[in-house]
Design a protein around this ligand. Structure first.
Ligand SMILES: Nc1nc2c(ncn2[C@@H]2O[C@H](COP(=O)(O)OP(=O)(O)OP(=O)(O)O)[C@@H](O)[C@H]2O)c(=O)[nH]1
Ligand SMILES: [Mg+2]
Length: 403
């Protein structure tokens, strides 16, 4: 007999700080993202707590009064997990756990958890495990406090300390081992990339869930896993694509996110090498997302960190099929026009206009404007291809594609 399993999602409260530089809407968007991350990790956010603070409280992230309020709510509603919208330091974690007496997660551990669930290959798993160990190491002091709190007393200090030291050693050894393992894989990957020869390399980059894999699938007729969840893709996929008469390699890779944990950037180094070694970047943006401009900034920041900010780039604004803007009635003289009111045509006239024509609007899902997209990619790839294969000009005799 098969035992029936009751599937209940973990109930969770979300906690964020609203700083001076944010307006209400923005911090709301941040918490929406945290909620989406929570959902992707298999939890259900049932309540949000926010507090206006200049900077997060160095001891407890939010003020102690607010923390008590959270505690009361959690106790009253039987909730055992709290997630904070930022990385917490070891001491913050300790202090908060002391008050809330429940499972406390931060943005980083949540993202690491999602990555761990999503990792398919041993390569991705190794990279995530390394990031997790690096996150854990400085936070191991927590165990010590638990012991101290439970038993106290002088006599117990010894064993507690030893235990922690042992744990630390185990984690350090594991880090060394994982790094070694990654080095071996890195070498193999580098060889693989070299073997691909001089072919032009194009990489899809962008915020998570913007439609990179979907676009990859329609362009290369491949079948990469795409899903309306965050970080659907962790492993890199490379496909040979031919547009007109030029072949090139198209890479789909892991999506970026605001405040991507540094441990992850570091351990995903070789996955990101695909981006670093690309000749051309296609920066995909979900223009239907209210925060898309900030997403672009987050992606650019990470590109800068991996020294890839100055590569030739085509900005591809995706999901135009679901783009919506607010409207102002013609007799409404009070409402001021803001970005929320822009039509796509109006957006095109903003800073996008300065992108040297290297920007376009598509829908990967509905295959809208894909011909234009291919044309633009073709032009850019051709520029690079010519420098690489100067005698190969017979390739450019264009012929009509026969469907
Ligand atoms: N409406 C609409 N949805 C789209 C479009 N392109 C992709 N999507 C949807 O957006 C979701 C995410 O798509 P993916 O292709 O997995 O996005 P991704 O950028 O690869 O995401 P990660 O791998 O998680 O970083 C899926 O549910 C897609 O069906 C589009 O043009 N319009
Ligand atoms: Mg993807």
């Amino acid at each position: 007999m098969i035992e029936e399993k009751k599937v209940t999602s973990e109930k969770i409260v979300l906690i964020g700080v609203v700083t001076q530089h944010q307006d209400e809407e923005q911090s709301n968007e941040y918490l929406n993202e945290l909620e989406f991350l929570t959902l992707t990790a298999g939890g259900v956010a049932v309540k949000r707590f926010t507090q206006k603070l200049e900077i997060p409280n160095p001891k407890t992230f939010i003020g102690t009064g607010k923390l008590d309020e959270v505690k009361q709510y959690m106790e009253a509603n039987n909730i055992e997990t709290a997630i904070f919208d930022d990385e917490l330091s070891a001491s913050q974690l300790r202090n908060i756990e002391k008050v809330l007496d429940c499972k406390v997660l931060d943005r980083t551990s949540l993202i690491l958890d999602i990555f761990a669930r999503r990792a398919q290959t041993s390569y991705a798993r190794t990279q995530v495990e390394l990031a997790q160990c690096q996150y854990l190491l400085p936070r191991l002091t927590r165990l010590w406090t638990h012991l101290e709190r439970q038993k106290g007393g002088i006599g117990l200090r010894g064993p507690g300390e030893t235990e922690i030291e042992t744990d630390r050693r185990i984690i350090r050894d594991k880090i060394t081992l994982l790094k070694k393992k990654l080095k071996v894989i890195d070498k193999q990957m580098a060889v693989q990339r070299k073997n691909r020869g001089k072919m032009v390399r194009v990489a899809l980059v962008g915020y998570t869930n913007v439609g990179k894999s979907t676009l990859m699938n329609v362009v290369s007729k491949s079948d990469v896993f795409a899903e309306n969840k965050l970080f659907a893709t962790l492993d890199t996929t490379v496909r040979k694509v031919v547009i007109k008469n030029i072949p090139f390699l198209l890479t789909d890779t892991v999506g970026f996110i605001r405040k991507l944990p540094t441990q992850l950037v570091e351990s995903f180094k070789s996955t990101l090498d695909e981006v670093r070694e690309a000749d051309l970047l296609l920066h995909i943006v979900d223009i239907s997302h209210p925060n898309f401009e900030e997403h672009i900034a987050s992606v650019n920041k990470i590109l800068d960190e991996i020294k890839s900010a100055n590569k030739p780039t085509i900005m591809v604004f995706n999901k135009i099929d679901v783009y919506q803007h607010e409207t102002i009635d013609s007799d409404d003289l009070v409402t001021k026009k803001t970005k929320e009111h822009y039509t796509l045509a109006e957006w095109e006239k903003t800073w996008m206009n300065k992108l040297d024509n290297n920007c376009l609007f598509i829908s990967a899902l509905n295959k809208e404007n894909l011909e234009n997209f291919k044309e633009k990619v073709f032009k850019e790839v051709k520029k690079i291809h010519i420098t690489r294969f100067p005698y190969n000009d017979f390739l450019y005799e264009e012929y009509k594609e026969i469907d």
